[in-house]
Ligand binder design. Structure first.
Ligand code: BJW
Ligand code: ZN
Length: 251
């Protein structure tokens, strides 16, 4: 904690009062009981990512893909946001947060109390599905569907409203995110491996544009290599301490 305090003490005050920008990954939801994608216990341990998370994989085996999402939806609806989500809510309350760019599809930021206009769900959400054949039919979930694959009214299939490999991200979301990677910003990454593009490029764009980057992660990654500060360890412990200290200085 001492190195974090020293780093924050030496920061240009505008960087924090302008509102920090957060880039969130699966590691931020581990303390809620959700799995990451990569790593020994990750979702992609038993299946190739493109078999579970691509339109091609869905067409080949919609049962497999929907069973994976059904299992994850059950976990998400049973679980709760954790100390990281709550600390982000506190930062917003103190006007110290500009945007949360989350790759997570669990909806925890909103459930914790972050304002919708602060959250960019850049890989979509697991709490909605839409027609795979684009008939326009959508479904909102408050619990996991009992039967999968979920059928669409048009006779086709619904698909989870997430961004799969090979699919483009919402361009407004991406432009908004890229526009935040500027020299007047403190960009904070939490629990992301920095492997999946285009989000993985954001910290590098930030650095190129002169922003300051802090990375919170259990282990080193390509992001920690370029970060101005790397906070190694469980972010559910380190990040709330950081947030509390920043709030104590800037309230
Ligand atoms: C903790 C912790 C604790 C644990 N505390 N930390 C070659 C080069 C460059 C790009 C490409 C390429 N080939 C293909 C591409 C493009 C592709 C891509 O990036 N592939 C790479 C894998 C190489 N990207 C795409 O296809 C994207 N679309 C796109 O680029 O469109 C343009 C295009 C179109 C057509 C052709 C080509 C380009 C779309 C990407 C969509 C990603 N979708 C997924 C799944 C769907 C959502 C869902 O079901 O949830 O999104 S993949 C999966 O990875 C998921 C995540 O959001 C995403 C990022 O993962 P994340 O969050 O970083 O998790 P992990 O598991 O990787 O890491 C967890 C981290 O937490 C670790 O570092 C741990 O140490 C840490 N941790 N516990 C702190 N307690
Ligand atoms: Zn349909």
């Amino acid at each position: 904690m001492e190195n974090i305090k020293k780093f924050v003490d030496e920061l240009d005050r505008d960087l924090i009062s302008n509102g920090m920008v957060f880039i969130i990954g699966a590691g931020a939801s581990v303390a809620s009981g959700l799995k990451t994608f990569r790593g020994e216990e990750g979702h992609y341990k038993d299946h190739r990512p493109e078999d579970l998370a691509s339109a091609y994989g869905f067409m080949r085996d919609p049962d497999l893909v929907w069973e994976w999402y059904q299992m994850r939806m059950r976990k998400v609806f049973d679980a709760k946001p954790n100390a990281i989500h709550n600390a982000l809510v506190d930062l917003e309350k103190h006007n110290l947060l500009d945007t949360i760019i989350t790759q997570n599809v669990d909806g925890f930021h909103h459930r914790a109390g972050s304002s919708l206009d602060k959250i960019v769900e850049i890989h979509g959400t697991i709490t909605k599905s839409h027609c795979f054949d684009n008939c326009g039919e959508t479904i909102d979930y408050v619990a996991a569907p009992d039967e999968v694959p979920v059928k669409c009214k048009c006779g086709g299939l619904q698909r989870p409203s997430v961004v799969w490999f090979g699919e483009t991200l919402n361009s407004d979301d991406l432009i908004r995110s890229q526009n935040r990677m500027m020299r007047d910003r403190l960009v904070v990454t939490i629990g992301t491996s920095g492997i999946v593009y285009p989000v993985a490029a954001l910290p590098f764009i930030a650095k190129q544009n002169g922003a300051t980057v802090i990375d919170f992660n259990l282990e080193a990654s390509s992001i920690s290599e370029i970060a101005d500060l790397f906070v190694e360890g469980p972010a559910e412990k380190t990040f709330p301490e950081f947030a509390e200290y920043v709030i104590s200085l800037y309230q």
